[in-house]
Design a protein. Structure first.
Length: 385
């Protein structure tokens, strides 16, 4: 079974199971005393039971990638208010995922987004352990899959941003990034060895910097309207315990339009820029499950990255929805060398199943495509952006 057929089959199975859970009482259609209102109430009843069960039981994950092989795991998501009496604060979330693959890929992550004290404070971040094989193509935008090398790395990463509501929708705060990349296994003839790239054998990077956010979204996990701008600048230096001296700048801008009932047009533009003695594994990386879906993160990397995407989200029926998107991006050594030539394109579509009606959280299943037959399947919670 081909890569795409495998994912389409998985998507069909999940949708079938969901329909089975939420539509068990179809026998009522033959009841002459039943009407549409009764059917809707029965659907809502089963939906409420399933949502309550979902808050306790994690979701199984089954996927495939060329470098990882068949991937199996569990994922869990919960949204809540830290203080039930604090209705001014937005919903907080905690999500966990743990996977293992047939090629030895191990990934464990816990991500949080906490809002408290009447939305005066926000904490956003994650901790991730990853031991995995991956393909690397070199540095720069003009790389070829023919030059792909398979290496293996183990990484432990902790990232957190602490933000304070300074005025209206403006937040300011600090960010911290603690990363240890180790157990790097590569061929002795790898381009990393030939070019003697900084950080080729891994190492520790420790960053401490400033961050700011402007947030007018009506829902931080599934926005229908508003805008979001996040920026951070983070130096990594000897004084903070980093094995490399460099600086990272990140900017993420998003805008949401609600043209009619529950339909959303979402736009995102983002850039990463780093300078100094930047280790190979900390370069700006294109791809992933949120931006440039279809490209696995790190296939293209350099000091500078720019990408953008446009997504249309629409309801189908009840808790089911779908989305489609197009995007583009590229990497370069610096902004001066960033041109429209060599842009990498991506597009895709996805299915949505609402798993938490109270905070409007979706389970998302996306299939992304890119240049040269590149494709990827993603299963996660809340929207990509």
């Amino acid at each position: 079974m081909s890569f795409l057929k495998f994912r389409l089959a998985l998507l069909t199975i999940i949708i079938f199971i969901s329909n089975s859970i939420f539509s068990k009482d179809k026998i009522a259609l033959n009841d002459t005393t039943s009407n549409d209102t009764t059917q809707i109430s029965k659907f809502d009843k089963y939906n409420a039971k399933a949502a309550a069960l979902f808050k306790i039981i994690p979701v199984p994950i089954i996927s495939y990638s060329q470098e990882a092989g068949n991937v199996f795991g569990l994922a869990k998501f919960n949204s809540f208010r830290l203080n039930k009496n604090d209705t001014l604060s937005g919903y907080s979330k905690i999500s966990e995922v743990a996977t293992i693959s047939t090629n030895g890929n191990v990934n464990v992550s816990v991500a949080t987004s906490l809002s408290f004290k009447e939305d005066k404070y926000m904490i956003m971040g994650y901790i991730n352990y990853r031991s995995a094989p991956e393909y690397i193509l070199g540095i720069g935008n003009d790389v070829s899959v023919d030059d792909a090398e398979l290496i293996s790395t183990t990484r432990l990463k902790f990232v957190n941003y602490f933000l304070y509501n300074l005025y209206s929708d403006l937040y300011l705060g600090l960010g911290v990034d603690l990363t240890n990349t180790f157990e790097v296994v590569k061929d002795s003839n790898s381009f990393l060895e030939r070019e003697d790239y900084s950080g080729k054998d891994g190492g520790v990077t420790t960053g401490l910097g400033l961050s700011a956010a402007w947030d007018t979204r009506d829902n931080r996990f599934n926005a229908f309207s508003g805008e979001y701008i996040f920026a951070s600048i983070m130096p990594y230096a000897d004084v903070s315990g980093s094995g490399f001296n460099f600086t990272k700048f990140k900017l993420d801008a998003r805008k949401y339009f609600n043209p009619w009932h529950k339909h959303v047009i979402a736009i995102q533009a983002a850039t990463n820029y780093c300078w100094g003695d930047v280790p190979y594994y900390e370069l700006s990386q294109l791809g992933g499950e949120e931006r440039m879906r279809g490209y696995y993160k790190g296939a293209l990397r350099d000091k500078t990255l720019i990408d953008a995407q446009l997504e249309y989200r629409m309801p189908i029926w009840k808790i089911f929805g779908m989305t489609g998107w197009v995007g583009t991006g590229r990497v370069a050594e610096n902004y001066k060398n960033m041109t429209l030539d060599g842009l990498w394109l991506n597009y895709g579509f996805g299915m949505r199943i609402k798993v938490d009606s109270e905070s409007d959280i979706n389970l998302r299943m996306d299939i992304g495509f890119g240049n040269g037959g590149i494709q990827g399947f993603y299963l996660n919670f809340s929207e990509a952006f």
